[in-house]
Design a protein around this ligand. Sequence first.
Ligand SMILES: Nc1ncnc2c1ncn2[C@@H]1O[C@H](COP(=O)(O)OP(=O)(O)OP(=O)(O)O)[C@@H](O)[C@H]1O
Length: 629
Amino acid sequence: MEKGKRKIISPTTGPWRKVRTPNQENVPFNYQDSIFSSNMFLDGDGEVILTQTNDRLSWKSVESVLNGQDPSSCFGIELVSKSETTLCYSDVYSAEFIDWGLVHEAAFLGQSFEMYRFTIRGVQKSKTQPSVLVPSFYTFGHKDSQTCQMWVNRINDLLNMDAERPKNLLVFVNPKSGKGLGCKVWETVALTFCQAKVKTKVTVTERAGQALDIMSSITNRELRSYDGVVAVGGDGFFNEILNGLLLSRHKSNYPPSPAELNHPVENNGDDPVLDTNVDIRDPSDSGEDESPLLNQSTNLRTGEDSCQTDDTASLIYPFAISAAEDLDFSFPNEKFRFGLIPAGSTDAIVICTTGARDAMTSALQIILGKAACLDIAQVVRWKKTSKSKDEPSVRYAASFAGYGFYGDVITESEKYRWMGPKRYDYAGTKVFLRHRSYEAEVAYVEVESEKKNVGLEKESSAGWTKGLWSLLEKSERVACRANCNICKTKVGHTSAKCPSLQPYSKDSRWLKSKGNFLSVGAAVISCRNEKAPDGLVADAHLSDGFLHLILIKDCPRACYLCHLLHLAKKDGNPLDFEFVEHHKTPAFTFTSFGKESIWNVDGELFQAHQLSAQVFRGLINLFASGPEA
Ligand SMILES: Nc1ncnc2c1ncn2[C@@H]1O[C@H](COP(=O)(O)OP(=O)(O)OP(=O)(O)O)[C@@H](O)[C@H]1O
């Protein structure tokens, strides 16, 4: 202890000024709403009056209150713009008593005092990157332990009243995500969850598909004891957990298969419905896929020991019994949330939903109970069975489903997983140089905003007209940004709330696009990432109820390169070229005429001749702030 530098304050006889009551007239700031106030000593600052109001904590230097002047101004010149500090409860995540110890005055005064202390932890925006959140903390001291304890209790009581904040979370960590740093990423944020008193049950996966198996087999009763499930990993890992939950718990009619669309049959409303008790796996899957990854994805869907084989495809999931016991956990589910802490190679979902690719930002948004509604696409692959019936097999996707270039890049990149995220550049270049196109037909549901576009296209066969439309339309498009009005409008759940309702009607008009495609992409969200800062589709919103189809027709390699480079620019809207079609639609079907090739559904591979998809608006809730600047 440095002599003369430290005052020891006894818990009972310290040099404390009387606490000023909120009613005193000479108090220069508005205490009208105050409900509680104490003199405190703020570590690194000095004596302050700490005040609690309905929605915030604030503190101000005692000197400034007593003298009626702002200590941060000198001869009328303001040295520091604000002497009062406020902290909204919505930005506070814990208050903790830390017993007797040293509290320091402002650094330049250099004095320290011993007293009881407590710490308030909150978040603040990074000064350099507005969408990044950083933890902040303030330690207050008082001679009386009960006063400290009372403040801690009051703040924690208020925080506990916030029903949006999670108390108990299921966490899955993928140690193999991205550069293999999944566990390290979790370690950087785990303490923050502890400080916020959020209980976590953590599973570090040992193999691909384990998280899906756990989520599929968990009983609804256990699921209800959690406020959400958090993935520490990339988009693919998030997709695995999403599918583990939705495959058994979301019920809906399938979108029509391409065959059904071409030869509609009256089904008297008896559309095929996803039955929780029946495995949707196609028996013809087994061993048929060429790529080892495709075989792996088959395992992902069913679990290793779930199969009693039977050629009628009525395999029972291991979770079927538990699901049947209590069927009341279904999606949409407004209470249950998903969370994602980025550790992957692309992390498009995190970038689109938080504006940052930062583990601490995501962790803090989860802890504070932020919420964003997310559309989810249901992708159905149709395969002929031995009885020559089209059998569906289902996956859900939160960000993107793509065919041609997109499927081929993922297939190729899996061979180079050891390269980490760089594998995408390498595989992308190889696939680009191959320049393969695929003969296919895409049918999509027409929506109002598309009509004028299509009408004009029909009137003129000139390609430039379409180009003109692209440019005109571009100005009408709204990129998904901070406080995005489209995402804020909580009209979600329309079709999802009532699962029998599909996002289109029987009267909907289906339009077709046929030809040779370099790629077919269906984006659920903008899919912003570090390579495409505005995403693959800048105006795709988190819950707009549309799939954004990006159809790239065969074109010279140089044109395709232009398109890809264009995406890499900010405001890289994909509709600038004649060979690019962009359609907003709630559903589409796809038929390939050549060799069966590969769809990438959020990083998972699907081999398909025939596929259809539909989007469910606002089907899930994510712990995230929504899009940021
Ligand atoms: N312990 C594990 N060992 C190997 N693979 C795993 C393990 N746990 C999960 N996986 C699989 O790893 C795949 C990829 O994971 P993830 O999405 O986290 O990383 P990524 O592919 O690098 O990132 P991104 O999807 O953002 O490009 C997932 O499909 C998941 O099934």
